[in-house]
Write a protein that binds this ligand. Structure first.
Ligand code: GTP
Ligand code: MG
Length: 301
């Protein structure tokens, strides 16, 4: 399967992604072997309110990249799906146009009832798409700041998509949202209220000391507005080398932390099952454990 992956076999890629999604124990060694091939893709995170137009914009961006003959991998992350109830892939991500294009690979990831791990799986899928040779990897996630998958930890550039209605009735824009975007988009600017939201964002970003961050009003009915957005994304990627390198180093550390947590969690469960036979006081149990393993001793060099 590895040989086929390296030769560009899409079924091998698909199979590896399924392994990552299912938290198969073979994944870390797979990625260890492929890691040297990663780091070439530009990873673009697109996040924002449900229904804001993230998939529509992603679709337009794919069209633009394909015109430039760039290859694109897309991951659409569907957290618990309170909005869609787990709608079908094509339905939800509106990317059906590209299903027959070998230069575009699209996958949606969902928790499918499994708890946790989506963030790690998303990271792994990004690495797989990168190692496979995709020049761009687009990651669509729902939710601003509160979703399980923090796109900032995955992407080289994060695009936050908002809509005019979103600004209604808010006095101050929460700083969590202001911190995560490298580019802010007020989409559906064909609707009332876009200018107001742009101005509110501008004022709030200024207070946060981020006055230089681009805020763009877009509409799918206004092609030039999309051109500006896509050039801004590509401009950020080419001009922010140092920042992106720092983010990637942080991403590598986060990956190790998450893998380590996985390891520790499963070992801890097994260990407790084997060592705590009777229903004794759990707090005494952990106090005894602490005596044997004082703080800082678990991960001694
Ligand atoms: N009027 C208007 N409608 C838009 C615009 N962009 C997207 N839409 C519509 O908004 C709806 C939702 O678009 P999606 O692209 O699916 O939004 P999304 O953010 O991916 O949605 P989720 O993934 O479900 O959170 C669709 O019906 C789009 O056609 C726009 O610029 N103007
Ligand atoms: Mg979508």
């Amino acid at each position: 399967m590895m040989e086929r992956f390296k030769k560009g076999d899409l079924r091998a890629l698909s199979r590896f992604i399924t392994l990552a999604e299912n938290k198969d124990p073979s994944v870390p060694s797979l990625l260890q072997a492929l890691y040297a091939q990663t780091g070439k893709a530009h990873v673009v995170g697109i996040t924002g309110a449900p229904g804001a137009g993230k998939s529509t914009l992603t679709d337009k961006f794919i069209h633009r990249l394909r015109k430039e003959k760039r290859t694109v991998g897309v991951v659409a992350v569907d957290p618990v799906s309170p909005f869609t109830g787990g709608a079908l892939l094509g339905d939800r991500i509106r990317l059906v146009d590209h299903f027959n294009d070998p230069g575009v690979f699209i996958r949606s990831l969902s928790t499918r009832g499994k708890l946790g791990g989506l963030s790690l799986a998303t990271r792994e899928v990004v690495h797989l798409l990168d190692a496979f040779g995709h020049e761009f990897v687009l990651v669509e996630t729902v939710g601003v700041g509160q979703s399980e998958v923090d796109v900032r930890e995955i992407a080289d550039v994060t695009v936050v998509v908002l809509v005019p209605e979103w600004g209604d009735g808010i006095q101050t824009i929460k700083s969590g949202i202001l911190e995560i975007g490298d580019i802010f988009v007020v989409n559906k600017s064909d609707r009332e209220g876009a200018d107001r939201l742009v101005n509110e964002l501008k004022a709030s970003l200024q207070i946060e000391g981020r006055a230089q961050v681009p805020i763009l009003a877009t509409s799918i009915h206004d092609v030039p507005s999309l051109d500006v957005l896509f050039s801004t994304i590509q401009g950020f990627l080419t001009s922010s080398g140092e920042l992106i390198a720092r983010r990637r180093a942080q991403r590598a550390r986060e990956t190790v932390s998450e893998l380590l947590l996985d390891l520790v969690t499963s070992e801890a469960r097994n260990w407790v099952a084997a060592n705590m036979k009777d229903a004794k006081n759990p707090y005494s149990f952990i106090q005894d454990f602490r005596k044997l393993h004082p703080e800082g001793s678990l991960f001694r060099k």
